[in-house]
Design a protein around this ligand. Structure first.
Ligand code: ZN
Ligand code: ZN
Length: 157
């Protein structure tokens, strides 16, 4: 798997690069992701902060969402595409969430590992991935995957 990919929104104003491997990819069906991505669910890929060359903030409009408070979500200020999200959980390294559509090199995105907030889904999904419903179960399953990915990446590094 390549270790470099360019990210770009649909209008091309917001661009940034990723210089290291992804941690994981997941689908989130929560209401905030639906409105953030203007889609029935979010297809997101996670990266360790150190592997993302952060875009210049002047291209990105950050909205603070009440819930969850640890997530800072940024839209392209030009086209409004969901561009980048910063997840900052205490005691965990900062993680960057990128909408998978931003990643230009499709070979770079891993296979998704789960669905979360599946109870909020717009459509039923026919696939064999685990589907987690409810806030606690979704956050736990997702958090566990992120933690495992961070730990295994650290071991390899
Ligand atoms: Zn979500
Ligand atoms: Zn844009």
């Amino acid at each position: 798997m390549a270790n470099l990919s360019n990210c770009q929104c649909s209008c091309g104003e917001t661009r940034f690069s990723i210089v290291g491997p992804p941690l994981l990819r997941a689908y989130c069906h929560c209401n905030i992701c639906q409105s953030f991505n203007q889609a029935p669910f979010a297809d997101i890929t996670l990266f360790h902060t150190k592997n993302v060359i952060k875009p210049a903030d002047n291209h990105i409009q950050f909205k603070s969402h009440k819930f969850p408070p640890v997530l800072k979500r940024g839209h392209c200020s030009h086209c409004g595409d969901g561009a980048i999200e910063y997840l900052n959980v205490p005691v965990m390294p900062e993680v960057v969430i990128v909408p998978s559509a931003m990643i230009q090199d499709k070979a770079f995105t891993p296979k998704p590992c789960l669905h979360m907030f599946y109870d909020k889904r717009v459509n039923d999904i026919q696939d064999s991935l685990p589907k987690h419903s409810g806030y606690l179960k979704s956050e736990l399953a997702f958090g566990q995957k992120v933690l495992m990915a961070l730990l295994s990446k650290n071991k390899k590094a």
